[in-house]
Design a protein around this ligand. Structure first.
Ligand code: BEZ
Length: 401
């Protein structure tokens, strides 16, 4: 676990929880008129190692960049960071989360990438009332049956990014499709959502191939695809696994033979490493590299200036997590204990995100455009809006704000 502090570049006059204790003392003892704001503690629970390491690092970098652009503060309070590497391991997730909430006493947990880890975090957040902002993991339950007023997501639900692709692929003339993914919550739910959209449109999923997370021995499954000869393939992989899958698919000679589609994680943050093997791959996601809105242009420039790297969806989701928390803190003059007011402001937030307009449903899940993208010249270029302002059905959510 590492701790760091974002130093504010201007003085803040707001009181946090610790400041409230100080103000009670001020009734009895003379103190300086201006109190330094209490630091706001952000606990990052993200993968900094393993196949999703780059995804975690980019979420972290996007969040910090936004805090820095706001003068090192959120809602007027200086920010302290505590980082935990969750390694994308569900089995240690509860302990990691309890450490941030209990020992580290963070004000908010920002995490994570992996759906299985997120499920454990959601349970602790519900039990302890800790604010949780999910900057990637799409597990449907977090903003479905497990929804709660203290749980927000600045990313997507697994359903949301994949359902629109069903119609897109059917409209493209594909009728028999094979799916392939990792066998865990995100893979199962993304494939399920795609299948729902595709079969509703009249298509048939002829076989669902899967391997355990985070295995990358794709050869036997790729051979099976070649044998089945479907019209197209729909895939979910991300991070290092996505790099290898796209390269193996091309190396097997299927690139250009059987069109490859997927959720955008297949080619986001991975294009550089995939090289020519990714050209022409079509995906749906709530972001495209070339979105020509002022927020995206400014974000990509700031991200490159700061990190020397090209921003991607993971960094955008981190950036927006910081923006959302800032909304909640500002609404309460920095008093995070005024929970109802903070939650109401966050539920009603309308963010000018690099991804385009971003608002939230009653379960705390984003309402956002889903874009059809195609890899061209090393970029996820927008083809069209696959579906505008997509809301997640939030199935089973009863206790949202
Ligand atoms: C997930 O586990 O929810 C996930 C991981 C990587 C990219 C997208 C989703």
């Amino acid at each position: 676990m590492t701790t760091s502090i974002a130093t504010p570049n201007r003085r803040s006059f707001l009181l946090g929880t610790a400041g409230l204790v100080a103000s009670a003392a001020a009734l009895r003892f003379p103190t300086p008129a201006i109190a330094q704001a209490a630091p706001f503690r952000v606990g990052f629970m993200l993968p900094y190692s393993g196949t999703f390491a780059k995804l975690g690092e980019f979420v972290d970098a996007g969040f910090r960049l936004q805090v820095e652009s706001m003068g090192g503060q959120l809602g007027g309070r200086p920010v302290e960071f505590v980082n935990v590497d969750d390694e994308s391991k569900p089995e240690t997730a509860t302990d990691n989360m309890n450490r941030l909430v209990g020992r580290e006493k963070v004000d908010v947990v920002v995490g994570t990438v992996h759906s299985g880890v997120a499920m454990a975090m959601v349970k602790v957040a519900r039990d302890t009332g800790t604010m949780l902002v999910i900057p990637n993991a799409g597990v449907n339950e977090a903003t479905g049956p497990m929804c709660a007023p203290n749980i927000f997501r600045t990313s997507f639900s697994n359903w949301q990014v994949c359902h629109p692709m069903g119609k897109v692929m059917h409209d493209a003339g594909h009728r028999r499709v094979v799916t392939i993914s990792w066998r865990y919550a995100a893979g199962d739910q993304m494939i399920g959502a795609f299948k729902e959209g595709f079969t509703d449109a009249g298509g048939e999923v002829v076989e669902e191939l899967a391997l355990p997370f985070p295995e990358v021995e794709f050869q036997a499954l790729i051979t099976r695809i070649a044998t089945l000869k479907p019209d197209a393939v729909f895939a979910f992989f991300a991070g290092g696994g996505a790099v290898k899958f796209v390269k193996d698919y091309a190396a097997a000679g299927l690139h250009g033979q059987i069109p490859l589609y997927g959720s955008g994680f297949l080619t986001d943050g991975t294009i550089e490493a995939q090289g020519a093997a990714a050209n022409g791959v079509r995906t749906t996601l709530h972001y495209a590299d070339d979105l020509d809105n002022p927020a995206n242009v400014a974000f990509l420039k700031a991200f490159r200036d700061k990190t020397g790297k090209v921003g991607d969806i993971y960094s955008v989701q981190g950036w927006d997590a910081a923006s959302l928390i800032d909304v909640g803190l500002k609404a309460t003059d920095g008093d995070w204990s005024a929970r109802e007011a903070a939650v109401a402001a966050m539920r009603g937030a309308k963010l000018d995100s690099p991804r385009g307009p971003l608002s939230f449903n009653k379960a705390g899940n984003p309402i956002q455009n889903i874009y059809l993208r195609e890899v061209r010249d090393g970029r996820n270029a927008m083809v069209e809006i696959a579906e505008a302002s997509v809301d997640d059905p939030a199935r089973g959510c009863r206790s949202g704000a």
